[in-house]
Design a protein around this ligand. Structure first.
Ligand code: UT7
Length: 313
């Protein structure tokens, strides 16, 4: 089916750990509210000198090592991000320079917010399948410095997000199952930020919550239908880590036990495009993700966008 095989993963979190209690000291909020409403207990923010690029490089280096792939074998480097340190050059080009990826590699960023990593996987698969890349391996990154867009006096947004990066090395596997499903509902009001009129991230949390619970189960079923698989054939469900209650509501709609869905928002908050690759890396390093297993990844977020793909571990 010409799917993707996951050969290695990595993650990099910045050094400044901020707990819910830390927020409660400066904001009208509490550990109880944040934990009960979101599942989040702490997150990491970049300290002086830490950037989206430095996080991406750290995660990418680990993923190449884990995959036992040399930088010179990489034909494609895609970084999913909506919080790159600058508009140009692309974050992926800075990763190319830092890691010594070959000059023949295609390096580019994509912005599909929290759906970014899933969109990057499908983009990587299509480019690998196209046969024009100079190397057989793709380095797919999710890297975010969301703290640069947060209003730290707005309790309804700043407690939800975190900075971080995750990376995956993938290649085509003719035997691996594949299906990808995407959707977009263009809406500049529900979740937006980073513009001249709206420098900070702003969100109608309830609307995003409803949107996620409505679209993601349909998306997951569509991915399975396309691949001719049932949920039983999927070993792990790795969703974007925005809110534990969203994941539990999706599990309920799919009539699955919540334990089938990986959760790590308690440690990192919502790291947007980085959340799925960070989760994959944790699972792999903990021995939870075993060779040959099938993973279904699904993201959702600003755009509004959503998407789901399969991966072979
Ligand atoms: O990656 C995708 C991006 N975003 C998301 O996925 C977020 C999706 N949405 C959510 O996760 C939830 O909607 C939130 C966690 C953002 C909010 O939870 P909620 O249960 O939908 O709460 P709410 O927005 O309905 O707010 C309930 C109350 C409000 O007070 P009133 O109006 O009832 O008096 C808020 O002002 O909670 C208040 N509130 C807070 N209280 C303490 C909002 N933020 C906080 C806070 N601490 N940090």
């Amino acid at each position: 089916m010409n799917g993707l095989q996951l050969l290695g993963t990595g993650r990099c979190l910045p050094s400044r750990r901020v707990t819910n209690e830390d927020f409660a000291r400066t904001l009208d909020t509490s550990d109880a509210w944040i934990t009960e409403r979101t599942g989040i207990r702490q997150r990491y923010f970049c300290a002086e000198g830490e950037t989206a690029v430095s996080l991406a490089v750290g995660a990418a280096r680990q993923a190449l090592e884990d995959a036992d792939v040399q930088p010179g074998q990489v034909g494609l480097c895609i970084a999913a991000t909506f919080t790159a340190d600058r508009r140009t050059p692309a974050l992926a080009c800075e990763v190319q320079a830092a890691l010594g990826l070959p000059q023949t590699a295609l390096c580019l960023d994509i912005n599909a917010a929290c759906t970014g990593f899933v969109a990057a996987l499908e983009t990587a698969r299509c480019l690998l399948l196209g046969g024009q890349l100079a190397g057989p391996y793709a380095l797919v990154l999710g890297a975010e410095k969301i703290s640069s867009l947060l209003d730290f006096s707005d309790r309804s947004t700043c407690v939800l997000f975190g900075d971080g990066a995750g990376a995956a090395v993938v290649r085509l596997d003719p035997q691996a199952p594949w299906a990808a499903v995407f959707g977009t509902r263009g809406d500049g009001q529900v979740l937006h930020g980073g513009g001249p009129e709206d420098p900070y991230l702003a969100m109608d949390g309830r609307a995003v919550f409803r949107f996620a619970v409505e679209t993601v189960p349909v998306c997951i079923r569509a991915v399975l239908d396309k691949a001719g698989l049932t949920l039983d054939a999927v070993d792990h469900l790795v969703l974007h880590q925005a809110n534990s209650r969203i994941i539990h509501s999706i599990a309920k709609k799919l009539e699955q036990a919540p334990a089938r869905f990986y959760e790590n928002m308690q440690r990192y908050g919502n790291t947007s495009a980085a959340s799925i690759p960070i989760a994959l890396d944790e699972m792999r390093r903990a021995g939870q993700l075993c060779p040959g297993q099938t993973v279904l990844c699904a993201g959702f977020g600003a755009g509004l966008t959503w998407g789901g793909v399969l991966l072979r571990a």
